[in-house]
Design a protein around this ligand. Structure first.
Ligand code: ADE
Ligand code: ZN
Length: 354
């Protein structure tokens, strides 16, 4: 480990909230502040009759640890977008929230269909509203933001294909990748193989939700058929030593989201999360939040959860530096980010000149 990639950090240290962070797996769909959801729900007759606590139970984790139930939150959240300003506000606030916990680099993912379908907006319009609002907030708050477009597994081919076209058209506005999300137990990835192969050929980064509620076989499919550079969750890889070896060999990182995995019921408890085993197997891992406002957590909370699992502060800063290598940034931009983060982390270590 050289000094620039992993400064050594004493255990007694500043609160994690202040540490500079890199977030690579965060859904805009799951980043809606409750107050904002409440404000826009009042304007939709389909939701306006709900009492505040009822709405909360429908869009946040409600104690039911079940994968399909968790994903059901997004069917309600979709209904908030009755006006372009709702979409813009959610995008702006998601970036503000990231800034508040000192996320320095954020890859924010979203499905244009999620924000477009209720009101019948055009997906390209929606994408432009989100990109514009998030980029303005990023500028105001000093966060570097890039975007991934999400295709959900239940989408028809035409919708998925249009999402890829939008991703390619808006690359100049910061779109760097394509994501496959949704219910891997109910919907196969196979119909989307050709789109992901094309996206990769065009130079987009590829990440696929796989091996979350599913199995290691879903992860094999993601890396061998869809060309994934990163895997969303991928925790079931821990069951397959050959797969662990392959992820290590190809430098494919797992985007691990601890609380999400407990809330979706794909791990029985935080204490039983396979993260320590994945790290022991030296598989690349990045620590992420998934759906912070659905889960009622921040990335900072996930750092404390990782600490509970036995990771040291030094390991966490190492994961932060490693995350830079797994961003979908070009090499020169990675270099700049790496230098800025290393300098900031060094300045936080007591007794070291900044
Ligand atoms: N979309 C938002 N959160 C998700 C998750 N945990 N798994 C699959 N798709 C998602
Ligand atoms: Zn996710």
């Amino acid at each position: 480990m050289n000094e620039q990639t992993a400064p050594s950090v004493p255990e007694e240290t500043v609160p994690f909230q202040q540490w500079p962070k890199v977030e690579l797996h965060r859904h805009l769909e799951g980043s809606v502040r409750f107050e904002t959801a409440w404000q826009w729900a009042r304007k939709n007759p389909a939701l306006a009759h709900l009492e505040q606590e009822k709405l909360r139970r429908l869009i946040e984790f409600d104690g039911v640890r079940d994968f399909a139930h968790f994903l059901g939150r997004f069917r309600v959240l979709r209904q908030l977008y009755t006006a372009p300003d709702a979409v813009r506000q959610v995008a702006r606030e998601a970036v503000e929230d990231a800034a508040l916990e000192n996320i320095r680099y954020l890859e924010l993912r979203f499905s244009p269909d999620h924000f477009a379908s209720h009101a019948g907006f055009d997906m390209e319009d929606v994408a432009s509203w989100i990109l514009e609002a998030a980029r303005a907030a990023a500028h105001d708050h000093g966060v570097e933001v890039r975007f991934l477009l999400t295709i959900a597994r239940n989408y028809d081919f035409q919708t998925a294909s249009r999402i890829l076209s939008i991703a390619l058209r808006f690359r100049d506005l910061g779109i760097v990748g394509l994501d496959l999300a949704g219910n891997e137990l109910m919907y196969p990835a196979e119909p989307f193989v050709e789109l992901f192969v094309r996206a990769r050929e065009e130079g987009l980064g590829i990440t696929v939700h796989a091996g979350e509620a599913g199995t290691a076989a879903h992860v094999w499919e993601a890396i061998d058929r869809l060309g994934a550079h990163r895997i969303g969750h991928g925790i079931r890889s821990a069951d397959d030593p050959k797969l662990l070896e392959e992820l290590r060999r190809r430098n494919i990182s797992l985007e691990v989201c601890l609380t999400s995995n407990v809330q979706t019921g794909v791990v029985p408890s935080l204490a039983e999360h396979p993260l320590p085993r994945l790290l022991e197997a030296r598989v690349p891992v990045v620590l992420c939040s998934d759906d912070p406002r659905v889960s009622r957590i921040t990335l900072t909370d996930e750092w404390y959860n990782a600490l509970q699992l036995g990771l040291s502060v030094e390991a966490l800063t190492h994961l932060t530096m490693q995350a830079v290598e797994h961003t979908f940034l070009p090499a020169d931009e990675k270099r700049g980010l790496r230098q800025r983060l290393a300098a900031e982390i060094a300045s936080l270590i007591p007794g070291r000149p900044s």
